[in-house]
Design a protein around this ligand. Structure first.
Ligand SMILES: Nc1ncnc2c1ncn2[C@@H]1O[C@H](COP(=O)(O)OP(=O)(O)O)[C@@H](O)[C@H]1O
Ligand SMILES: [Mg+2]
Length: 468
């Protein structure tokens, strides 16, 4: 899996599809404009100067004015195109968040809040797009108009020169023919300036995402497998994606064999904590250690070998069931069967057309959310990782499959070190330690009993859950 898997999906979708297209267009348009058209323009101008210095001088004065007007338009467009794309990404992310987070939204009675959020976003996108479209349509008539203006200027001024016998009439007609040839390459250059400004905006967005990938430096010095024997520790960890502080001075420990749960409202920074441990991102300050070894010092694939991750939207590949369970590792059929049984997945797999050889793609959407989730869990069981990271692994399930999945998860967590992000009381209350996160800060930490008797954040939080 790539590091991109946790980037806001909507943003990625919108950025990549639209941007690559735009960039390609810009490249096509600009290569012509860079290599062919300037030669034409220079050649024509030289001839025009030879024919009539005065008349051409007049045009040369006029052209920069036209150029400035066009670049003004395209600059405004660049800024707006960037904004529009970001906005569109926001909307797609919000749609996804809304769909996946429906349960939470309902339990917090936040439907109208989400609606307003949605309306606001789509309204601002609408007006932005309107502005962009207006400019796109305006850019072409304006350059058309400038062409006409230039021609009439030349006619007026040149006609005057002819009347004053400063240029021969037949030479003037020849001049006009040459001049009309100039308009087309000039127009394509100005269009290229506009196209490339869009291309640059697109390139900047692509760069932003690929940069994020390059930021994670693998440590090649130490390919040795890490042995996890003591504890995971977050020491004064702070993190931001952009300007906003997402995690603020987080410190906690997970002892080997312990289950630590993180609870908190949506957007509190829970998934970010998991992402930092898996090293999808690097901390801005502070450090994350596994047995006193900074995760940055550990070879990336060794680090990820230590961990099994189950997230709320199970990621399956278009391959056979058995390959999805023994994903990327050697297939041991009896262990695959055992893992599937432990994940409560064997029963539905036996009912598939070709059982364990059934292609996931062939089942289409016949697999329910719970079934997909149990396949993901079977994969995690098969991997048999030292450290388990569960990010809302049961939140998108109906109550029936939830019970089966929960049982599977409990088996998976047994005798294992787990970081569990959950909003189900059943998952949380048995944890050795519960961390309550609010706006990137740890506001409470302790076990279920301790935190309930404190009668503060955690108590309020679980009281809300019982409305579900
Ligand atoms: N890839 C990202 N780029 C920018 N901001 C992000 C990204 N992922 C999450 N965020 C923001 O960081 C904050 C914490 O997000 P997250 O850790 O996903 O919260 P939680 O899992 O608790 O719901 C939120 O405000 C969210 O919008
Ligand atoms: Mg999350």
């Amino acid at each position: 899996m790539s590091f991109f898997s946790d980037e806001k999906k909507g943003n990625l979708l919108s950025t990549f599809s639209a941007d690559l297209k735009e960039f390609e267009l810009a490249i096509k348009a600009t290569t012509n404009a860079i290599f062919k058209d300037p030669l034409y323009v220079v050649g024509y101008f030289a001839t025009l100067f030879i024919i009539s210095f005065k008349l051409t001088f007049f045009i040369v004065l006029f052209l920069p004015v036209a150029g400035i007007i066009i670049s003004k338009i395209s600059n405004g467009l660049k800024k707006r195109s960037k904004q529009g794309q970001e906005n569109l990404g926001d909307i797609l992310s919000l749609t996804e968040e809304t769909l996946f987070g429906l349960r939470i939204i309902k339990s917090f009675n936040a439907q109208s809040f989400m609606n307003t959020k949605f309306e606001g976003k789509s309204n601002s996108l609408y007006s932005l797009m309107l502005g962009i479209n207006r400019r796109v349509y305006l850019a072409s008539p304006i350059s058309e108009f400038l062409g006409v203006l230039a021609t009439s200027g030349v006619l007026l001024y040149g006609g005057n020169l002819v009347l004053n016998d400063l240029i021969q009439p037949d030479v003037f007609i020849g001049y006009l023919i040459l001049f009309s040839q100039l308009i087309s390459p000039f127009k394509s250059i100005s269009k290229a300036i506009y196209d490339s400004s869009q291309g640059i905006a697109a390139l900047e967005r692509i760069e932003k995402i690929t940069l994020q990938n390059q930021l994670i430096k693998n440590n090649p010095i130490n390919p040795e497998p890490v042995i996890f024997s003591n504890e995971i520790s977050f020491n004064n960890v702070s993190f931001k994606y952009n300007q906003e502080q997402v995690l603020d001075n987080i410190s906690f420990k997970i002892k080997k064999g312990e289950t630590v749960a993180i609870v908190g409202h949506s957007g509190a920074g829970k998934s970010t904590i998991a992402d930092l441990l898996i090293r999808f991102y690097d901390v801005v300050s502070g450090e994350i250690n596994i047995d006193n070894l900074n995760v940055k010092e550990i070879n990336l694939s060794q680090l990820r070998n230590l961990m099994g991750v189950v997230t709320q939207d199970s990621i399956l590949f278009n391959d056979s069931v058995v390959n999805n369970i023994a994903f990327g590792v050697e297939i041991d059929n009896s262990r695959v069967l055992e893992s599937a049984k432990m994940a409560n997945a064997d029963e539905f797999i036996q009912n598939l057309d070709k059982k364990y050889e059934t292609f996931i793609g062939d089942t289409g959407n016949k697999l329910s959310g719970g079934e997909k989730q149990r396949l993901s869990i079977a994969r995690a069981i098969y991997k048999n990782p030292e450290i388990l990271v569960l990010d809302e692994a049961t939140s998108s399930l109906d109550t029936k499959s939830e019970k089966a999945v929960q049982e599977a998860l409990n088996r998976l967590m047994k005798n294992r070190t787990s970081l569990v992000i959950a909003h189900r009381l059943s998952t949380i209350q048995n944890a050795d330690k519960i961390i309550v996160l609010d706006s990137g800060k740890i506001v409470e930490m302790g076990n279920h009993k301790e935190l309930v008797s404190k009668n503060s954040f955690y108590k309020k939080f679980i009281d809300m859950q019982s409305f579900e």
